[in-house]
Design a protein around this ligand. Structure first.
Ligand code: PLP
Length: 363
């Protein structure tokens, strides 16, 4: 992504692990099933720590190092924490991550492996209390929000997400898609992507801007848009298969980004996410974290509702890979059968367990 350094707020050597430059992958099978002639996934799982957060923390940690910070700290459900820890390690900074006890095991392991000082709290709000104390009493550099209602994360870091827009436009030969669909929690990524497209448009590099869609699980942005509100109010939230985006609140920057570009919000359910997660793996060979398919699930929903047209070019951001939370989809997968080394048993298990009939077999 540092090919676009001139458009990023950094003029010294970046702290980098080779982030960005991720592929824009056509999804012909899902597109045909859903009635979308031109459907793509921007596969952000290819980033160094497996999620799009690397774009944000490569920039944010570069700035923190330049500002002479010794300790960076953040609240994270996992992906941001892993990313911040990796770049902090690279820059020789200490990284403190406040997470919640239910964070997926793989993410907790990843954060610790990357040197994070990891502390779990009982509620998400408790993370903000401690982060605030770290920032205000101990002088730590807070890279994410700690006030309520929340505001966007480190503003330098947000700039890193602009490169997603730049890469999409470049891959489409400086055309923009009609729609860009973004799994959204606090909306840092959404905000950065919208800004990236806006900068390209203002510079005269592209002719228009895509309509952004915030793909949410509980819908605080959808509610704020429907109410014509200036600020995002909390909505009821609970557990979700999409652990990384399961919050009932978002930021005013995300709301502004949607409004400024004629966007909308779509609320997707756990059933939608699990169905799309399975289809993406089985039909297109891509293993995503369930949160990361929210944009695709929103594309399917908006196509069904006739909001997205059949010929509209559509890009969904696949924000993280499936190994981040591999057990999340387990409830819709069959248990792995254990059988004897016996061909008849094999034929039987193929038939009974997987519904596959083997021709000429004993079954
Ligand atoms: C995989 C994944 N997708 C989407 C998001 C949402 O990011 P944001 O808070 O910038 O909306 C996150 C954030 O944690 C994430 O980990």
């Amino acid at each position: 992504m540092w090919r676009y350094a001139a458009l990023l707020p950094v003029d010294d050597a970046p702290v980098t692990l080779g982030e960005g430059g991720t592929p824009l992958i056509p999804l012909p099978t899902l597109g045909a099933r859903w009635g979308l002639a031109s459907l793509f996934a921007k596969d952000e799982s290819r980033n160094p720590t497996g999620s799009w957060k690397d774009r944000m923390f490569s920039v944010a940690i570069t700035r923190a190092r330049r500002a002479g910070r010794q300790v960076v700290a953040l609240a994270s459900s996992g992906n941001a924490g892993a990313s911040a820890a990796a770049y902090a390690a690279r820059a020789g900074l200490r990284c403190v991550v406040f997470t919640t006890a239910g964070a997926p095991a793989a993410m907790q392991q990843q954060m610790q492996a990357l040197g994070a000082v990891l502390v779990a709290t009982r509620t998400p709000a408790d993370r903000w209390t401690l982060l605030r104390a770290g920032a205000e009493r101990l002088g730590w550099s807070a890279l994410t929000n700690y006030v309520s209602p929340p505001v966007g994360s480190d503003p330098y870091g947000i700039e890193g997400y602009k490169t997603i827009a730049f890469e999409i436009a470049e891959a489409l030969r400086w055309q923009v898609p009609s729609w860009v669909l973004v799994p959204t929690c606090y909306g840092d990524g959404l905000w950065g992507i919208v800004r990236g497209f806006e900068e390209l448009w203002r510079a005269g590099v592209v002719e228009g801007q895509p309509r952004p869609v915030a793909a949410e699980v509980f819908g605080p942005l959808a509610a704020a848009l429907a109410a014509g509100a200036e600020r995002v109010a909390p909505v009821p939230a609970g557990p979700s298969v999409a652990f990384s985006i399961a919050a009932g609140i978002s930021t005013y920057q995300a709301l502004h980004a949607l409004r400024s570009a004629g966007g909308r919000a779509a609320v997707v359910t756990d059933d939608d996410l699990l169905a799309v997660h399975a289809e993406l793996g089985e039909c297109e060979g891509l293993f995503a974290e369930p949160s990361a398919v929210a944009g695709l699930a929103a594309a399917r929903q908006l196509r069904r509702q006739g909001v997205i047209g059949e010929d509209d070019p559509v890009v969904a951001i696949m924000t993280a890979g499936g190994l981040k939370d591999p057990a999340a989809g387990a409830r819709v997968r069959p248990a792995v059968p254990v059988i004897e080394a016996n061909p008849d048993a094999l034929v039987r298990v193929l038939r009974d367990h997987y519904g596959i009939l083997v021709e000429g077999g004993a079954a």
